[in-house]
Design a protein. Structure first.
Length: 256
């Protein structure tokens, strides 16, 4: 098990139990990200399972919520882990989680700051940073970049995501083929079975949404609500396509 100070943490995940918005900490409701509909009223997100999956359309605030949670956990909201904060990618990426985290409050049992925040767009910068950091102390770097994009992602996950901690994934499917997504599901199963990993993930991939035992939450302008895979727009569109690919594409192209 992991350690908090000199004390072994024997409690199972989830460790982060709840986050909520503290209105008194918001200086300007008109400023982003507080102008998003999800933050218009009281915002609260509870974690009742080791794996929580958030789905929703682009622009609803999924990534911003993950960035805010990552910042609360002590990670760089541009991606990385505690102590892994390369300046170049932090400045290059658009990120608002730091602003959100200043107005968020959290309930932990106990607070854990081990783990990782994975963002696909910062993966290569983080990988290069880890290689250079290893070389700086005379060690051999993990060398995630000598493999294909998808294989590098999976090796990164295998290396970093089986220790005790909180692991946040923002659309990990972006570099994963369907076959690689199956491998990622197997990794999620190992993380869940370990009982020491909490996963919070945003995805557009129905295959990942279907992970059993996960708490699936749908984010809309009205807020967050529990959902089944079959209720998500992502699954409905994919189902229509699989039923009649040619007819689906033809209808989509004519719908202007």
């Amino acid at each position: 098990m992991g350690r908090r100070g000199n004390r072994t943490i024997n409690l199972p995940a989830p460790y982060l139990k709840r986050v909520w918005l503290e209105p008194s900490k918001i200086s300007n409701r008109e400023a982003y990200p507080f102008c998003l509909p999800i933050f218009a009223n009281d915002f609260e997100l509870s974690f009742e399972a080791p794996i929580t999956i958030i789905v929703g359309e682009n622009g609803t605030g999924k990534s911003t919520i993950l960035e805010g949670v990552a910042a609360l956990a002590g990670y760089d909201d541009a991606g990385g882990g505690k102590g892994y904060m390369p300046v170049d990618h932090s400045q290059a990426l658009e990120k608002m989680g730091g602003q959100l985290s200043k107005a968020l409050r959290a309930s932990w049992l106990p607070k854990i700051t081990n783990g990782w925040f994975f963002r696909a767009e910062s993966f290569f910068t983080v990988a290069r940073y880890l290689d250079q950091a290893a070389r700086d102390v005379g060690e051999v770097g993990p060398d995630f970049l000598s493999h294909s994009h998808g294989e590098g992602f999976l090796r990164f996950f295998e290396e970093r995501c089986q220790r005790q901690g909180i692991f946040i994934f923002d659309e990990p499917e972006s570099a994963l083929s369907p076959a690689r997504q199956i491998e990622f599901l197997k990794l999620l199963r190992r993380m869940e079975d370990s009982r020491i990993c909490q996963v919070i993930m945003a995805t557009h991939a129905p295959m990942l949404m279907a992970y059993p035992n996960a708490a699936l939450l749908r984010l809309t302008k009205a807020g967050l609500e529990p959902a089944t895979l079959w209720e998500t727009d992502h699954f409905k569109v994919l189902h229509e396509f699989c039923d009649d690919p040619a007819g689906f594409i033809d209808a989509a192209l004519q719908d202007e």
